[in-house]
Structures are given as structure tokens and as C-alpha cells.
Unconditional design. Structure first.
Length: 138
């Protein structure tokens, strides 16, 4: 059993959902792990990471619209120190999550045909986002 851990920093993205599957697959490919698992952990509380449809870009628009509809612009938010988008970003991050575990088979992410890994950027003016990648396997 081998365990590899590294981190990557993603450039700032605009608000919305962004496909990052290729960046993660590149790390898996370089790892040399043939069979195992990868854990991807996002070290932020105002962004998220998730798996969803990767073929039709309208899914990303619908995801952003849905989560904005349920979390944005609520008059009862108290936590607004970093702007009106801060508390909604924390809520979206909590709902969607900050980590994923995916099987690795034949040195590839073992995702379904239409699945992709997305960074959900929930701030209007985001900073770089850091991911800790842990891969274990043989």
C-alpha cells in the first residue's frame, strides 16, 4: 500500500460551478497508483466540491441558479463582515461539502460516463482555492 499526499492551488474562479476533473486526473496519472482511492479535500468554507453531470453546460447554470435561489439575499443574516455574499457562500459550502472520495481503477478516476468533478465558487470576488489530495493504493 502506498499513500501519496499533495496539494494544489486553483486560480480564482468567477462565481459558479467549474469543471476541474482534468486537474485531478492529472494528479492521479502522475501518482502511478493503479488501484486505490483518492480523497480531495477543499480547505475553504465559502466554496465546495461535488460530482455532477459533465456533458451539458446548462447543468452548471441550473446548479448556480438553484443554490443562489435558496441561500442568497436573506434579510436575517447576521454574519456579513466580508460582504453580503459571505453567509450564503458558507451555507452553500455546508450543503455541498468540501471533500470527495473516488475510486481509482487502472490509474484513472473511476467516475461514471457523465460525471465530472466541480469546484463550486460561491463568492463574488473569490481568492485562490487550495485542495489537499490524498491518494492511497497499489
Amino acid at each position: 500500500m502506498q499513500i501519496i499526499q499533495s496539494s494544489i492551488t486553483l486560480k480564482p474562479f468567477k462565481r459558479g460551478f467549474h469543471l476541474i476533473t482534468d486537474k485531478i486526473q492529472s494528479i492521479v496519472s502522475k501518482s502511478g497508483i493503479n488501484t486505490g482511492v483518492i480523497n480531495i479535500f477543499l480547505q475553504h468554507t465559502s466554496a465546495s466540491i461535488s460530482i455532477n453531470e459533465n456533458a451539458d453546460p446548462s447543468v452548471l447554470v441550473d446548479m448556480e441558479n438553484f443554490y443562489s435561489d435558496i441561500a442568497d439575499d436573506k434579510p436575517y443574516y447576521i454574519h456579513t463582515y466580508e460582504g453580503s455574499d459571505d453567509m450564503p457562500a458558507h451555507i452553500k459550502s455546508s450543503i455541498l461539502g468540501q471533500s470527495l472520495t473516488i475510486p481509482i481503477t487502472k490509474n484513472r478516476l473511476n467516475l461514471g460516463t457523465w460525471q465530472g468533478i466541480y469546484l463550486g465558487e460561491h463568492r463574488d470576488f473569490a481568492s485562490k482555492r487550495k485542495l489537499v489530495i490524498s491518494i492511497s493504493g497499489i
